[in-house]
Design a protein. Structure first.
Length: 319
């Protein structure tokens, strides 16, 4: 049976030289393949240290990291890093190289032929919503911050790694472009099913993006669970205070329509004129739609626009 885990931390810890306490205390953790996991916490809580032990930018003081079942300490750091994407806040593009040269960096090192590299550049630029015709020959200095970050994501995925490490990649982006980039990385992950480990100090970003969220404080994991489970059942007072679990509207923002819809046969009325939402819409959006239209309920539609359920105030009251 295939190993279901992309990343496994076994008794991992990290204590830096001359430090009084570990940056990361002994940790055991398993990240499933194809999952989007966010690591949330304040500055200095150990989240970036945990991330950097995956690609051996930091060597653990104790324990080991397994990638797809293999101990990373048995592989050279250079070879290891070529097998996974890495995106940071400062983007890290080579300023003297064009967009196409930046994206081609790892494939060229790996010896890909020129035609394959050119096809990959076009494919990835389209994936991150940058026209190859318009952006291939540009230099990073000719791009906006959001565009540079898109190129950074494209470069990280150039060699088609199964794992993507992202260290506060949108931290320096303005709020509007940050929201757009969040939507883009979600779209990309759903399409390509990469395993993503994403560090952030932004609570809303962590809850929006993560299939699961790791919450850290003072080098220790406080909770590792799905966003809704964390909001409904915070593990301790620290987590409760951090995510404001008593905030009903915030909680509704992370509950999907499909999670609470009434699927009774009598409710699935073909051709109904009541307003409709998609299965992935949040209950916060459902509530706003009900209030705005004063409808008795909203229909929930599948991607194929088939009515699969409905939500009324009765369902919302159960939250």
């Amino acid at each position: 049976m295939a190993d279901p885990y992309a990343i496994v931390f076994e008794k991992i810890s990290k204590t830096f030289k001359n430090a009084r306490e570990p940056s990361v205390y002994e940790t055991n953790l398993k990240i499933e393949k194809g999952s989007f996991v966010t690591i949330l916490g304040a500055s200095g809580c150990g989240k970036t240290t945990l991330l950097k032990m995956v690609n051996r930018l930091y060597e653990p003081s104790t324990g080991r990291v397994l990638i797809n079942g293999e101990d990373v300490s048995k592989t050279s750091p250079t070879l290891l890093r070529r097998k996974m994407g890495y995106v940071i806040q400062q983007v890290g593009l080579f300023q003297h190289m064009t967009v196409e040269q930046n994206v081609a960096t790892v494939p060229e090192v790996l010896g890909w032929d020129k035609q394959k590299i050119n096809q990959r550049i076009d494919e990835l630029l389209r994936l991150v919503k940058l026209s190859p015709e318009e952006f291939r020959k540009r230099y990073p200095g000719q791009l906006s911050g959001g565009q540079q970050q898109r190129v950074g994501i494209a470069r990280a995925m150039a060699a088609d790694p199964s794992i993507l490490l992202m260290d506060e990649p949108f931290g320096a982006i303005d709020a509007i472009n940050r929201s757009i980039l969040q939507d883009e990385i979600l779209r990309i992950q759903k399409k390509l099913h990469k395993t993503i480990l994403f560090v952030t100090h932004d609570i809303m970003e962590a809850l929006k993006l993560g299939d699961k969220v790791i919450i850290m404080n003072h080098g220790e994991i406080q909770q590792y669970d799905e966003p809704l489970a964390i909001l409904q059942n915070p593990a301790n007072p620290f987590v409760r205070s951090l995510v404001h679990s008593e905030d009903l509207l915030q909680r509704m923002a992370f509950i999907k329509a499909r999670d609470v819809m009434n699927t009774g046969v009598n409710n699935l009325v073909a051709g109904d004129q009541e307003p409709a939402v998609g299965e992935e819409e949040s209950l916060k959006d459902v509530l706003l739609l009900l209030l705005r239209t004063q409808a008795d309920y909203v229909r929930v539609e599948s991607k194929d626009k088939v009515t699969v359920g409905c939500i009324s105030f009765q369902e919302l009251k159960k939250i």
